[in-house]
Design a protein around this ligand. Structure first.
Ligand code: FAD
Ligand code: NAG
Ligand code: NAG
Ligand code: NAG
Ligand code: NAG
Length: 547
């Protein structure tokens, strides 16, 4: 591959050992231009490369690993950045790079760095259960579990996740797990392995499954990108922000990019080339609005912000940003008599935690693990609708644990995402708890959890006030945004709710596709990144088959 550097960052170029400026983009060369180097973008780009296509992957951020140009390594390991070390994943938010890596033009949280959200997230890696795709008609025909299973298997082969990352076969720091597993056993829940039993999602708990491989944060930057980089038909360009796709009617002819030095430039596609958007559920809508695709009001705002949007006769009135969804989180804190606490991140960072660092040198120990110590799942039924819940449990202080309880699959609320004239995507209508059913079901679930915890024999003590209204109002974002460019058979131009068809192609366009979280028509039962990757694997195959 060639590693193009659209601005000019000497350190990075030196690290990669190949120099190319923005002017060296090969016009009318690329069969595929993939916009956004998050999980969905890297996976699809790699599959196009494997199929022999000439591919350009454009990513607005920098690389977060040594192999992709980062130079701020751990003082005690020059091959690893803080991002790579599983044991620091809970502390990423307090690192300097957090500010460099997070997007500043999305109201909801998203990462603008190679690897996208997967570079900064808590690594919880939930194999989706079959019911996520099969139990209602939200995922269209062709996108049921039987259709997606081969894509999931391709993903798991390269990026399997693990509930046991330590090479010595031991789970570390188990005080929280031992207290909570006792509690759940006493109320009749059962222990499962969330990787080998993905369909068990009612009254179950598991060791957390993490996106970790070889004791490092995994994800497509590590498990797919190197495979693409072996091929000469692949170019990656960092610090290259795409502003819009360039259209000639229903045909995309290229993309307009802004380089790190704020220069704009148009890169044109090969004859019969395609553009694939993978900028994430909060940023793909901006690209669509800027390209004259979406509600009229949003395109007008894009135009006001100074973007060179196409002439009005080319605008496509599609429901981009409508149907916006996410998992809401409710937080509970529980005092226990268990022995656990928060690791000393400063001592890990500065190298004085010799015990854990030396174990890590043997691929073992606390630093091979992520933040959480247990994940649980359950469900309830209200007025005939089944809703699912995930609980992510981590130490909050000595002997105190925090449960982040997510309302997940089966939730019926949605909101609206729009654009401002500063080119920021903002939440016009909250995606959370908009329906009476969601409010009633979440209240019932929290109520039952509180009741069990408050039982005098539980050995636990709720430190959060047991006031359901107050707990439901602690709502925070799950950061699992979806459905801003929904996939479905009901064409949005004709009053339907869908922006892309079941080949992930934008309605009304010949060669424009979307493959990221935007197209998911429904929320998964667990944290979303695994589902994002499965859908990207499947989408790459569908797109390649369209000729
Ligand atoms: C703080 C946080 C914690 C999370 N924790 C978890 C977790 O523990 N488990 C889990 O399963 N999920 C978690 N998630 C969610 C998960 O990371 C995301 O759902 C996932 O990364 C979405 O993938 P994507 O490919 O759709 O988009 P993104 O990951 O958002 O990737 C989009 C990519 O496109 C790039 N881009 C955007 N605009 C442009 C442009 N105009 N031009 C060029 N490039 C562009 C971005 O820089 C980014 O690299 C978390 C998310 C966040 C933010
Ligand atoms: C690391 O990279 C940054 C950004 O590219 C650069 O400014 C800095 O000088 C580099 N530091 C070292 C030690 O190479
Ligand atoms: C490293 O961090 C630990 C824990 O915060 C602190 O006690 C120690 O002084 C630090 N040492 C150095 C050399 O910075
Ligand atoms: C914690 O409480 C439980 C339940 O009351 C009890 O069985 C257990 O022995 C206690 N553990 C400790 C370490 O005190
Ligand atoms: C419960 O919390 C709500 C919202 O915070 C508050 O208005 C109400 O007074 C509380 N009820 C009780 C019984 O404390």
């Amino acid at each position: 591959m060639r590693f193009l550097q659209a601005g000019c960052k000497a350190a990075l170029v030196a690290a990669i050992g190949s120099l190319a400026s923005a002017s060296s983009f090969k016009n009318e060369y690329y069969d595929y231009i993939v916009v956004g180097g998050g999980p969905a973008g890297i996976i699809t780009a790699e599959r196009f490369v494997e199929a022999g296509k000439k591919v350009l992957l454009l990513e607005r951020g920098v690389g977060p690993t040594v192999a992709t140009g980062a130079n701020e390594t751990l003082p005690w390991n020059k091959d690893l950045t803080a991002i790579d070390l599983p044991g620091l994943s809970a502390d990423v938010g307090s690192l300097d790079v957090w500010n460099d890596y997070m997007c500043t033009d999305t109201e909801g949280m998203a990462a603008c760095v190679l690897g996208g959200g997967v570079t900064v997230n808590y690594m919880v890696f939930v194999y989706p259960p079959a019911h996520d795709f099969d139990d209602n008609n939200n995922w269209p025909e062709g996108w049921k579990w039987k259709d997606l299973k081969p894509a999931a298997e391709r993903l798991y082969q390269r990026n399997p996740g693990t509930t046991l990352p330590s090479a010595d076969g031991k789970h570390y720091d188990q005080g929280l797990y031992s207290v909570l597993s006792k509690f759940f056993n006493s109320v009749g829940w059962k222990s499962v392995d969330m990787i080998s039993q993905p369909d068990e999602k009612h009254q179950v708990y598991s060791y957390p499954s993490w996106n970790i491989k070889d004791q490092k944060r995994a994800g497509p930057v590590r498990t797919y990108l190197p495979l693409a980089e072996k091929h000469s038909n692949f170019d990656l360009s960092l610090s290259s922000k795409v502003l819009r796709v360039v259209r000639s009617g229903s045909k995309v002819t290229g993309v307009e990019i802004e380089t790190a030095s704020k220069k704009t430039k148009i890169i044109s596609l090969a004859h019969n080339g395609r553009v694939v958007l993978a900028a994430g559920a909060l940023s793909t809508p901006r690209l669509l609005f800027n390209s004259g695709i979406g509600p009229k009001k949003q395109i007008e705002t894009a135009k006001k912000s100074g973007i060179n949007v196409p002439a009005e006769k080319e605008w496509l009135d599609l429901p981009v940003g409508l149907g916006f969804r996410d998992h809401p989180i409710f937080t509970l804190n529980v005092q226990t008599n268990g022995s656990f606490g928060i690791p000393d991140y400063d001592a890990i960072l500065n190298g004085t935690d010799r015990k854990d660092i030396s174990l890590y040198g043997k691929d073992s120990g606390l630093l091979t693990q992520g933040k959480h110590r247990m994940i649980f799942f359950s469900s309830n039924e209200v007025n005939g609708q089944t809703r699912y819940y995930q609980g992510s449990c981590a130490p909050d202080a000595d002997s105190v644990l925090e449960i982040k309880a997510y309302l997940t699959h089966g939730a019926t609320s949605s909101g609206v995402l729009v654009l401002t004239s500063e080119q920021k995507t903002v939440i016009e209508k909250s995606p959370y708890m908009q329906t009476a059913g969601d409010r009633k079901a979440a209240a019932a679930f929290i109520q039952s959890l509180i009741k069990d915890i408050s039982d005098p024999g539980s050995g636990l003590e709720l430190t959060t006030k047991p006031n359901i209204t107050a707990i439901l109002s602690t709502i925070s974002s799950g950061n699992h945004y979806t459905t801003t460019a929904k996939m479905g058979t009901d064409d949005g131009r004709k009053g339907g709710s869908s922006v892309v068809d079941t080949n992930t192609k934008v309605y009304g366009m010949d060669n424009l596709f979307v493959v990221d979280g935007s197209i998911h028509p429904d929320l998964p039962t667990g944290n979303i990144q695994t589902t994002i990757m499965v859908i990207a694997e499947a989408a790459a195959e569908r797109i390649l088959a369209q000729h």
